[in-house]
Design a protein around this ligand. Structure first.
Ligand code: NAP
Length: 254
């Protein structure tokens, strides 16, 4: 049995709580959060507190707090012999170095409190200062997910940056597509199979091989027409920039 305490009551804390609750080999000892209203959602069968210096004994303390507060809050924790980890993609493990035993338990997925996630499919990126703590984190990760990876701070930083491109920027492009559809009274959901197929295709093809479209083909006439169609100067600039990047990648002259 692994005894775990969760610090935080936000998106990640909520999903970790749910995933840990579903394993008979994990005991959630406590949920700690400054937001007493948010704590209520965790308190049916679990001890909760808003006092970060009133922690019960656990094997692992998981800090699922905003990136900005990880260092400061971790330094208030008095459990100096316990394993303390954070869940952040962009925060160095060394921010927890006040504690002898420290590490990272980063679930690489986008989490919102109200959206269901199949945690078994979430890759967990693990880092630990001590070898025996890596073994403990692996054991915990393998109880809730089918995918765990040893990833150091530098690698995690590049994964997080890459995630901004493949998730946040892609989603912003959906937003732009949705605006263009709205402008002309076309339902955005007609594009849904295309969105699904684009994501599915890179399971078997590299993103390099999967690229299609006018910039990849060098179809300058279509590109000129698209640019004339675009009224929003920001959309125009992004269209030009991405087309130029595709052109450079494939050595096409437009
Ligand atoms: N959401 C994701 O998709 C995702 C995915 C992977 C990793 N992560 C990482 O997981 C961590 C948590 O993210 P999240 O999305 O769960 O954030 P969130 O929903 O905004 O929750 C943040 C939590 O931190 C608390 N908090 C903020 N500042 C604090 C302070 N100074 N002292 C004490 N508590 C404080 C908040 O309390 P209040 O409610 O009182 O503000 C809340 O409980 C971050 O490191 C993030 O990078 C997020």
């Amino acid at each position: 049995m692994i005894k775990v305490s969760i610090l935080g009551t936000g998106n990640v804390a909520t999903h970790l709580f749910k995933a840990f609750s579903s394993s008979e080999e994990i005991e959630i000892i406590q949920v700690v959060g400054r937001n007493t209203k948010a704590l209520l959602a965790f308190g049916h069968n679990t001890n909760t507190t808003s006092n970060f210096t009133d922690l019960k004994v656990s094997d692992i303390y998981i800090i699922a707090l905003s990136d900005n507060s990880i260092k400061t809050v971790s330094e208030q924790l008095t459990k100096n012999n316990a394993l303390i980890v954070h869940t952040s993609g962009s925060t160095p493990m060394a921010e927890l170095s006040k504690h002898k035993r420290h590490g990272v338990f980063y679930p690489l997925q986008t989490f919102s409190k109200t959206t269901e996630v199949d945690f078994k499919k979430v890759p967990i990126c693990l880092e630990a200062k001590k070898k025996e703590d890596m073994a403990l984190l692996k054991k915990l990760a393998n109880l809730v997910s089918n995918y765990s990876y040893e990833i150091d701070t530098e690698q995690r930083k590049s994964l997080h940056l890459s995630a901004v491109f493949v998730n946040n920027f892609t989603n912003h492009l959906y937003q732009m597509g949705s605006d263009l559809c709205k402008e002309h009274n076309v339902p955005f959901k007609i594009l849904s199979p295309l969105i699904q197929e684009t994501a599915r295709k890179i399971e078997t093809l590299s993103p390099f091989d999967a690229q299609t479209g006018p910039a990849r083909r060098g179809d300058s006439k279509t590109i000129t027409n698209h640019l004339e169609q675009l009224k929003n100067p920001e959309f125009k600039a992004i269209y030009k920039l991405l087309s130029k990047s595709i052109q450079t990648t494939y050595g096409k002259k437009l």
